[in-house]
Design a binder for this molecule. Structure first.
Ligand SMILES: Cc1ncc(COP(=O)(O)O)c(C=O)c1O
Length: 412
């Protein structure tokens, strides 16, 4: 029987990240099913959740890994992912990081012409190039990664330069990649960008794969609908099939170009919950703003903050919150706030919740993506523990950090 949140907190403490691996597995399989084009290689953007116990599910399901740093490459390799299934999507990497990735045998996905040139001159024989199709999307401008305001990728009109570097250095661009933004629920821009990317891909003679990136959103708000994944899969598959047939025509090769998709959020967001304990409840008296009366707010304070889940503060993101202890209490409009010494440490404003009381457990839902991976030790507060549930199996995946560990990092 699945343990109750109270049991989990009694065993592992609060605050606590909990991931449901069965849901991760289900999402991974849904992604594989939605694509009819073959060959298809699903890839996990491990930046969304790099907890090995979670990422291992994707590895078991045959996913490759999209890594964006030497640390993420290290996790992927330690999980046993074969280097040729690790794609290192660099942005502003150093020459040292490039040399290390080359030695590890992972495929570098170049985000600029100067990196492509240096990679070619350093003797790399194959790489991918991330293109900016001049189209961006995403649930927030901070996670829009295409278009003129984006620092990412080689502009799609610069293919001639890419071809020049191929000729001059002997490197072969085997992957044509884009990632235009994160968290979209409407695929209009994504579909348009796929078309632009495939026009680029047609001009590259050595392709092994085309990677449309990630970005599939999830319904964080109660009034949002999940994306029609099958419709998206059909569209991507049809576009890719049309491309592959013509690509064969131009280059006289078998239809072997792989399609890659590399979501993060879609695979793991809904599996994760941040459980927190209510540590303070206070209602301020009404105040005056000139002639206007400003209603006193009710603040529900928790034992976690934006150090553990930064999305609401950083992106204004919405996370559903459930009162796990007093679910039957009268609905009351409250602000749910954290324990970090910053005014911006707010999880939710004006949220109707069954009125929390001291000691209640709250669940911050859909926290499995960009939750713990974006967490910090700000205010010198240790990171929470991570626990995975897989059917009846409940396991600690990462112990709670201690203050002693934080202090040990310094030279005293
Ligand atoms: C290169 C790349 N690929 C894939 C992703 C995954 O995006 P998402 O979690 O929205 O699917 C990201 C996220 O920013 C990314 O930078």
């Amino acid at each position: 029987m699945a343990p109750s949140p109270r049991d989990l907190v009694a065993r592992f403490g609060s605050p606590l990240y909990v991931y449901d691996l069965a849901l991760v597995r289900e999402r991974a399989r849904a992604l594989k099913r939605c694509i009819t084009y073959q060959p298809f290689q699903p890839v996990f953007a491990i930046k969304a959740n790099s907890c090995p116990a979670v990422a291992r599910v994707m590895v078991e399901e045959g996913f490759g890994v999209d890594a964006v740093s030497p640390g993420e490459v290290a996790i992927a390799l330690k999980l046993g992912v074969k280097p040729d299934l690790v794609i290192y999507t660099e942005n502003n990497m150093t020459d040292g990081e490039m040399a290390e990735a080359m030695a590890q045998g992972v495929l570098i996905n170049c985000g600029s012409l100067d990196r492509l040139e240096r990679l070619g001159k350093a003797g790399a024989r194959a790489c991918a190039v991330r293109f900016n199709p001049d189209i961006g999307d995403g649930s927030n401008e901070k996670i829009c990664t295409g278009g003129p305001m984006s620092k990412f990728g080689v502009h799609f009109t610069q293919v001639a330069e890419v071809l020049r570097i191929e000729r001059e250095t002997g490197i072969q661009v085997v992957g044509c990649h884009m990632h235009i933004g994160s968290g979209f629920l409407d695929a209009t821009a994504f579909v348009k960008a796929m078309g632009v990317l495939l026009d680029v891909a047609r001009q590259l003679p050595h392709l092994r794969f085309v990677d449309f990136g990630g970005g599939i959103g999830i319904p964080y708000r109660p009034d949002e609908q999940p994306m029609d994944l099958d419709a998206l899969g059909q569209k991507a598959s049809a576009l890719m099939a049309g491309f592959a047939d013509r690509y064969t025509g131009i280059h006289g090769r078998e239809r072997t170009v792989e399609l890659h998709l590399e979501p993060g959020r879609f695979l793991v967001a809904e599996s994760g919950t941040l459980i927190t304990t209510v540590t303070s409840v206070k209602t301020n008296p009404d105040s005056k703003d000139g002639a206007r009366t400003v209603k006193g707010r009710t603040y529900v304070g928790c034992d976690t903050g934006f150090n553990h889940l930064v999305r609401p503060t950083m992106y204004g993101a919405y996370h559903r919150i459930d009162n796990l202890t007093s679910g039957g209490a009268p609905l009351t409009t409250v602000d749910v706030v954290g324990n970090i010494c910053e005014s911006g440490d707010v999880f939710a404003r004006d949220r109707a919740l069954p009125m929390p009381k001291l000691g209640d457990l709250l669940a911050l839902r859909d926290a499995g993506a960009y939750g713990m991976t974006m967490a910090s030790a700000y205010n010198t507060r240790p990171l929470p523990a991570e626990v995975v549930i897989d059917g009846d199996d409940v396991r600690l995946a990462r112990p709670r950090q201690t203050i002693a560990q934080l202090l040990e990092q310094y030279i005293w």
